[in-house]
Write a protein that binds this ligand. Structure first.
Ligand SMILES: *Cc1c(COP(=O)(O)O)cnc(C)c1O
Length: 356
């Protein structure tokens, strides 16, 4: 079976983890600080705060911006549930705006109409590794005095008009096992705002300024040294990984003729966390997925149910229709794109998709 994703764990990763175990310092320490420093540099920002997951990064960024009950946060319905759960966990209300058919990301043309006096922030998601139109989102945020939080969990090193993911307002990253850069579980908040970074650091560790002195209410969202050690090794590899993902995507885009392949708008650099085709017309997505499985090709559907149609949100947001998100949820199919694919495997993927 050709796996849809495959974390890269080499000898260096194993040695780095062993070194932590032998050091005796297991939680947030020097490796975490170094990981933060190097990560910030690579995103072109002044500050990075390491946390335990992407969900924790989103939650802390919202809390650090003082978003809570009575506030509204505008985001996309076509994302992993964590985006919206992070908003709900602060007590704020998610306001979902439909997506753009070509990029799968929030449609910025619809955002201004969704702004109310209660709107506190805009939270675009960079789905599949393609950034949302963050420069436009930044213009809108500035015009209305809103905070900007970028769910960059899938888009480390992607760019929009020359600026890296995570370099707008506050960025939230995930290092979950299947992400382009992985530490098993893990996350990061990036920002140029020193005060925001400081608040995130406090919130991450029970609002503690010095040992057992608590300035504000906080949580335990700390990263372990094991995660940071893995992250540091993966940072050495990430540019090669991204290059290979780009080459794989270029190959599939050139070879696949049977279905609608993904495009990259001018001014953007994609990092191909997922390579997602659309299966529509005569073909059924679920039958296609089955056929590919029979041919030994693992696929994924990200995401089969848009956020506003999830049972957990019943009664939380009203009965709304978001037609583009609903349509694409029925059509998307992600194919393997990870850097460990062999040329033979890529050839098989393209050939089998063309036979659908
Ligand atoms: C992975 C992901 C998250 C959550 O990250 P975790 O590390 O799993 O908590 C949030 N948003 C998006 C878009 C993601 O892909």
């Amino acid at each position: 079976m050709i796996a849809i994703s495959k974390p890269y764990i080499g000898e260096e990763e194993k040695a780095a983890v062993l070194e932590v175990l032998e050091s005796g310092q297991l939680s947030q320490g020097p490796r975490t600080s170094l990981f933060e420093e190097r990560f910030a540099k690579m995103c072109g920002v002044d500050h990075a705060v390491a946390v335990s997951s992407g969900t924790a990064a989103l939650h802390l960024a919202l809390l650090a911006y003082d978003i809570g009950p009575g506030d509204e946060v505008i985001t996309t319905p076509f994302t992993f549930m964590a985006t919206v759960n992070a908003i709900l966990l602060t007590g704020a209300k998610p306001v979902l705006v439909d997506i753009d058919e070509d990029t799968f990301n929030i449609n910025l043309d619809l955002v201004e109409a969704a702004i109310t006096p209660r709107t506190k922030a805009i939270m675009p998601v960079d789905l599949y590794g393609l950034m949302s139109d963050m420069t436009r989102a930044e213009e809108i945020a500035e015009k209305y005095g809103l905070k900007l939080i970028e769910d960059a969990c899938q888009s480390f090193l992607a760019t929009c008009r020359g600026r890296y993911a995570g370099s707008f307002g506050a960025g939230a990253f995930s290092f979950y096992a299947t992400k382009n850069l992985m530490t098993g579980e893990g996350g990061m908040i990036t920002t140029n705002d020193a005060a925001l970074a400081e608040r995130c650091r406090l919130l991450r560790s029970h609002g503690m300024t010095r040992r057992y002195h608590h300035e504000i209410l906080g949580l335990n969202y700390r990263m372990t040294e094991i995660q940071a050690a893995l992250g540091l090794v993966q940072l050495d590899r990430i540019e090669g990984f991204v290059e290979q993902r780009r080459a794989n995507a270029a190959y599939l885009n050139a070879k696949i003729e049977s279905v609608h392949t993904p495009t990259v708008p001018p001014g953007y650099e994609h990092v191909w966390h997922q390579y997602t085709v659309r299966i529509n017309g005569e073909r059924s997505r679920d039958a296609s997925l089955q056929k590919l499985a029979e041919a030994g090709i693992g696929t994924g559907v990200y995401y089969p149910v848009p956020v506003h149609c999830q049972p957990s949100l019943r009664g939380v947001i009203g009965d709304i229709r978001l037609p583009v998100a609903e349509k694409l949820a029925g059509e998307v199919l992600s194919l393997p794109i990870h850097p460990q694919l062999t040329p033979d495997e890529l050839g098989t993927i393209a050939a089998e998709v063309n036979r659908l």
